[in-house]
Design a protein around this ligand. Structure first.
Ligand code: UDP
Ligand code: GLC
Ligand code: MN
Length: 326
């Protein structure tokens, strides 16, 4: 029987950091499957080398871009046209079955049982649960399906300008047909759910197997202080609740990925994201985000861009709820 693999995508150095952490998290939870990363030519050589250490296969692919600025503007994510590149994963025909995972996901428990599922299995999207989220999905590589997907996207485009719009159009029976293709939400726990349904998060969040840092702010866009084990620029309550997932990401990154990056970058400068380096290289220092009006904050929240390390922290929400209930 052909092998099975976890597959991710990283077209630039930032998402490559995410992919490195994802690989370590899969290995730390003892996956028995192969690990594959699709990358683009923009990924710097030292990052490519680190990916080669952590992945069984690093495949450089041509970038596909929807170029659909209108739909991407609606999502306020102009950068996501390139997620069309994800479609390349169907060309990995030397594997019989694969699980795709976004580079902004973190595995917190073994998930090899996902290979018992069939194409196309995925968890509901937290913004529109009749759509599946394409941050985690089970698929069967097939050139026939790949060609059909390209043809479908040429004819119909993508309603969100990214891969999720195309894949939901193509696998359109997902919401109504086979319940076994609905992965439980704990396999793709979007950080946004913490805000949209806090009591459910408190009840079930502990069962999470995969955390998905969905939205514009990614763990690697924050700054970490390894000594204090704190995210810099956020609230004092950064260790509360879900932000512990961000700390988990940073702990794994600083312990298991950063040393490899340091080794491969040698004397060349690179952006570690950690506070010491930031301070010694003044120009990179991350400043605290400017404060927003409550209207702007609401808008960001609705777009899944809550400032979960700062003003919208769990502690602050709890305080608001307590005050309201009193
Ligand atoms: N991605 C990438 N380069 C980009 C943007 C996205 O490699 O410039 C890949 C990466 O695997 C990422 C996925 O496409 O996790 C989807 O993008 P993202 O996670 O940012 O979307 P979100 O989950 O926040 O909607
Ligand atoms: C979603 C998914 C992401 C996908 C993007 C664009 O929010 O989480 O994986 O790439 O939409 O379609
Ligand atoms: Mn994602």
């Amino acid at each position: 029987m052909a092998e099975q693999a976890f597959v991710t995508l990283a077209t630039n150095d930032n998402y490559a950091k995410g992919a490195m952490v994802l690989a370590r998290s899969l290995r730390n939870h003892h996956t028995t499957r192969k690990l594959v990363v699709l990358t683009g030519p923009q990924v710097a050589d030292p990052c490519q080398s680190v990916l080669k250490k952590l992945y069984d296969e690093v495949r450089v692919v041509d970038l596909l871009d929807s170029g659909d600025t209108a739909h991407l503007a609606m999502m306020k994510r102009p950068d996501l046209g390139v997620t069309f590149t994800k479609l390349h994963c169907w060309t990995l025909t030397h594997y019989s079955k694969c699980v795709f995972m976004d580079a902004d996901t973190l595995v917190v428990s073994n998930i090899d049982e996902l290979f018992d599922r069939e194409e196309l299995s995925a968890a509901p999207d937290p913004g529109w649960p009749d759509c599946f989220n394409t941050g985690v999905f089970v698929f069967r590589p097939s050139l026939e399906t790949y060609d059909k997907l390209l043809q479908y996207s040429a004819e119909h485009g993508s309603f969100d300008g990214g891969d999720q719009g195309v894949l939901n159009g193509f696998f359109s029976s997902w919401s109504m047909t086979d319940i076994s293709k609905h992965l439980p939400f704990i396999y793709n726990l979007s950080s946004i759910a913490i805000y949209t349904y806090l009591p459910a998060f408190k009840q079930y969040g502990g069962n999470a197997k995969v955390i998905h840092f969905l939205g514009q702010t990614k763990p690697w866009s924050l700054t970490f202080d390894p000594e204090a084990r704190k995210i810099r620029g956020g609230s004092q309550d950064a260790e509360a609740s879900h932000s512990s997932f961000v700390l988990d990401w940073w702990t794994l990154y600083s312990r298991e990925v950063l040393p490899l990056l340091q080794e491969h970058y040698g004397d060349q400068p690179f952006h570690s994201g950690c506070v010491e380096q930031e301070e010694s290289q003044d120009s990179c220092a991350a400043s605290a985000p400017p404060s927003l009006s409550s209207e702007e904050r609401k808008e960001r929240w609705e777009q899944g861009q809550a400032d979960y390390m700062g003003e919208d922290s769990f502690e602050n929400i709890q305080k608001k709820l307590d005050a309201f209930l009193k």
